[in-house]
Design a protein around this ligand. Structure first.
Ligand code: IPM
Ligand code: MN
Length: 358
């Protein structure tokens, strides 16, 4: 296959983990006979300083013209970020506009920790049990993040307001994605919500319940988000399968999931839209360790695997990357996940081992 990829390496550790991921992608290209045409483009906080926008027009054009987008984390150290006006910070000025532009409503965040790697988790091995394999599916273009925002004028900071709304169509399409994935995996589907307080929560549940009628074969239940946060820590394996979350609740619980498996560096993600998709690690740019060649590149390499699978339909290639990633972890790890008996690898050494396994 001939595939064009917009490469937004981002800030902080972005360039080094993107380099690691591209090394793996090159190995996939060679092994399976594909051609990946890589088109780098500026995106993030540094892009604001260099081009006056965190999501420059040139980058939009490159994304528009590419088959798929590979995005690194964004954001610089706090002092540098404070020099950027709020509307040009990468969150509101780049990431949300990227999601809106391509309507990437379905955010796949796999949470995987096999039993053999239970020592990565801060939880007891007995809690990790036979291993974690949860696919968190987060709605990514609706809810409170995309509602109108009101902030009192600076002379009278008496009120701020964020609107939260969901339409029937928005909930229905993400619920279908979650049920389809659960059916594919022959697993259960857990719907997360806050229906005891929020109107949008009751609405969310009513729509999910309606969609559930189309999937009588998929075991399904609903859990309040606060209880889900608790249960994820005391008994996470009960969620093995698919979890469906709205935008903000999904933002929070996917970070918690990163903590449960030991590092946000283990959280890749794919943001899938009707026509175009992009992939990104679910974590930030870690400016404190940038340029030191110590960051864990799993999330970025895993994002490449998700891209191959979910965005390009190359399931076999994706599986080969996953197998190589977990094979590397048998003997080596990165500094964020120290583990007895395992060698500590740098970012580039980790990537090289994945390439060797491939
Ligand atoms: C994430 C991030 C983003 C979000 C921020 C950076 C806008 O935290 O992808 O989880 O809140 O969605
Ligand atoms: Mn987040």
């Amino acid at each position: 296959m001939d595939i064009s990829i917009a490469i937004l390496e981002g800030d902080g550790i972005g360039p080094e983990i993107t380099r690691a991921a591209l090394q793996v992608l090159d190995a996939v290209a060679e092994k399976f006979g594909h051609r990946f045409d890589k088109r780098p483009a500026p995106f993030g906080a540094q892009a604001y300083f260099d081009h006056g926008s965190p999501f420059p027009e040139e980058t939009k054009a490159i994304c528009d013209g590419a088959d798929v987008i590979l995005k690194g984390p964004v954001g610089l150290a706090v002092e540098r970020m404070n020099e950027i006006p709020p509307e040009h910070r990468p969150e509101l000025g780049a990431i949300l506009p990227l999601r809106r532009r391509f309507d990437t409503f379905a955010n796949y965040r796999p949470v995987r920790l096999p039993k053999s790697l239970a020592s990565f988790s801060p939880l007891k091995a007995s809690i990790i049990g036979e291993g974690l394999d949860i696919l968190m599916i987060r709605e990514l273009v609706g809810g409170i993040y995309f509602g109108d925002k009101t902030e009192g004028p600076s002379t009278d900071m008496k009120l701020a307001k964020d609107d939260c709304s969901y339409t029937d169509g928005q909930v229905r399409r993400i619920a279908k994605v979650a049920f389809d994935e659960a059916r594919k995996r022959k697993s259960s589907m857990t719907n997360v919500h806050k229906a005891n307080v929020l109107a949008t929560g009751r609405f969310w549940n009513a729509v999910v319940e309606d969609v559930a009628k189309l999937y009588p074969d998929v075991p399904y239940r609903s859990v309040l988000v606060d209880n889900a946060a608790y249960q994820l820590v005391v008994n996470p394996t009960q969620f093995n399968g698919v979890m469906l979350l709205e935008n903000m609740q999904g933002d929070i619980l996917t970070d918690q999931a990163g903590g449960i498996i030991g590092s946000l560096g283990l959280m890749p993600s794919a943001c899938v839209g009707p026509e175009k998709s992009y992939v990104e690690p679910a974590h930030g740019s870690a400016p404190d360790i940038a340029g030191k060649n110590v960051a864990n590149p799993y999330s970025m390499i895993g994002s490449v695997a998700l891209m191959l699978d979910l965005c390009l339909g190359l399931g076999e290639e994706a599986q080969a990357v996953w197998d190589a990633l977990f094979a590397v972890f048998e003997h080596g790890t990165t500094g964020d996940l120290p583990s007895e008996g395992k060698e500590i690898l740098s970012t580039s050494e980790f990537a090289q081992r994945v390439v060797d396994k491939l």
